[in-house]
Design a protein around this ligand. Structure first.
Ligand code: KG4
Ligand code: ZN
Length: 338
């Protein structure tokens, strides 16, 4: 079964053809990231306009790369949410139109659940029960999967998503957007135990909170700089030495990663999973992978780096394995909130 996946929940316009949920025949991603750099974050209006401009060429490229004609496409899977409403609408309306004109079943997919299915591409399906850690710019969730249809959210962030915390701390330190890769790089040069940062204490062992950590980094940066500017402050960034920035990045990354790993260690002890699925943009972080590998007993699966961040192959794979029922192409709506 060949599924054409379409993903437009944030700033990536993506299309992919995946056969039987595992064989990736093509994977095209066009990001509007460059257009957002000047603003230090994704501007929804710019992202939506960019999707409109590139979505048809991206889909055509995905079919060409996959050497697949429309006749050979068995279904169209599309991200229904969560995400930016304007961005989601472009993907869903395009998928609806194609489903009607090409007479294909239309499969609506939840973006957060789909991230974990990046781990099913190119390898034999991991056994259940599985624990999932889905960490990206928009979401941070600990999931328990008993089967493809039977899953629940054990915990999630109370405020900032993990990737969002990386992005905001990078902004404090004046490191380039997107912050995740910048912090990752800076942290390799810093001392992770240079600055003691707090971990949030919550009543639920599987929930996270990253906003206190972000504020603690700001306070530590102000103290090191001997200044008290309000965030975001270019003067604060200028007052910090490279070494101080590296130490702050390393100390923040260590604390954020430990917070995520603490929750997974507790969840593993309680639910005894056969596999751990790591997914989402933050899964690209090598230090996070190493920490989870070191502290967890069950085998840890991490997607290929290019499948960690938003892509449409994971949408097609999720639609296949979750056996999503077709939606009415004349009625399908978007679901922006998580
Ligand atoms: O999955 P994704 O592409 O988009 C969402 O669905 O949100 O994730 C993007 C997020 C950004 O916050 C980015 O800073 C973070 O993933 N990220 C990383 C790394 N690479 C990307 N965070 C930490 N370390 C990385 N190496
Ligand atoms: Zn995502």
């Amino acid at each position: 079964m060949k599924i054409l996946g379409i993903e437009t929940s944030c700033d990536e316009t993506a299309a992919a053809v995946v056969e039987d949920g595992q064989r990736m025949l093509s994977n095209v991603v066009s990001s509007s990231l460059d257009l957002h750099v000047a603003y230090g974050g994704v501007v929804p209006e710019i992202a939506a306009r960019s999707h409109i401009e590139v979505i048809i060429p991206v889909i055509e490229q995905a079919l060409t790369d996959a050497k697949t004609s429309w006749d050979e496409v068995d279904a169209i899977a599309v991200t229904q949410g969560p995400g930016l409403i304007g961005s989601l609408l472009v993907g869903v309306l395009t998928a609806r139109t194609l489903a009607i004109t090409k007479d294909k079943p239309l499969l609506p997919v939840n973006h957060v659940l789909a991230h974990a299915y990046a781990n099913f591409i190119g390898q034999s399906p991991p056994p259940f029960p599985a624990l999932g850690l889905i960490v990206s710019g928009g979401h941070s969730q600990v999931m328990l999967y008993k089967s493809h249809k039977d899953y629940n959210i054990l915990g999630q962030t109370r405020d900032d998503a993990a990737g969002e915390a990386f992005d905001k701390v990078a902004k404090i330190l004046g490191l380039p957007y997107p912050g995740g890769p910048s912090i990752d790089k800076a942290a390799k040069r810093g001392d992770p135990s240079a600055i003691k940062l707090p971990k949030a204490k919550l009543d639920s062992p599987y929930d996270f909170s990253f906003s206190g950590l972000k504020t603690a980094v700001l306070r530590a940066a102000q103290e090191l700089a001997g200044k008290d500017f309000t965030f975001p402050s270019y003067e604060l960034q200028g007052a910090l030495t490279k070494e101080q920035k590296h130490d702050l990045a390393a100390s923040f990354q260590k604390t954020a990663i430990e917070t995520l790993a603490d929750a997974m260690v507790k969840a593993e002890a309680e639910y005894q999973p056969k596999t751990i699925l790591l997914a989402g943009g933050v899964a690209a972080n090598q230090a996070l992978r190493q920490e989870l590998e070191r502290r967890l007993s069950a085998p840890l699966l991490c997607p290929d780096i290019k499948l960690c961040t938003d892509n449409a192959a994971m949408i097609a794979a999720a639609a296949y394995f979750m056996k999503i029922s077709p939606a009415d192409p004349y009625k399908l709506t978007v679901i922006p909130s998580p």
